[in-house]
Design a protein. Structure first.
Length: 119
């Protein structure tokens, strides 16, 4: 299944008539690696993300759009709690445990709270 991130970079490639192999070669990856990222079989690493942004020379707005698409295309999220306070750790773990049981209204409330802290 092609991810939202994959659809976006595939569209960029097609619009510029760039083949999968050509892009992969330019960013130092194999065509199968790039295809695997597009289809969600591989995670989107920070290095890969940066390579795509640089390859297409994306402006800040497009970069943020792509960052959002990368986030929603991930199947797993890793979060370091090394520097977190006990309260922060408790909240992170409680959220992770309850995530699948939260309904749309509850998630919207959480999103609204988090939106206030965006810089």
């Amino acid at each position: 299944m092609v991810t939202e991130f994959g659809k976006y970079i595939r569209k960029l490639r097609v619009d510029k008539t760039i083949t999968l192999r050509s892009m992969a070669d330019e960013i130092g990856k194999s065509a199968s690696y790039l295809s695997s990222v597009e289809t969600g079989k591989r995670s989107i690493t920070n290095n890969f993300f940066d390579a795509v942004v640089g390859y297409f020379n994306l402006d800040d707005g497009k970069k943020e759009e792509l960052r959002h698409l990368a986030a929603i295309s991930q199947n797993e999220v890793s979060l370091s709690l090394r520097e977190a306070s006990p309260e922060q750790k408790n909240s992170a773990v409680a959220f992770a445990r309850q995530l699948n049981s939260l309904n749309a209204e509850e998630l919207k409330k959480i999103d609204d709270i988090l939106e206030r802290f965006k810089l």
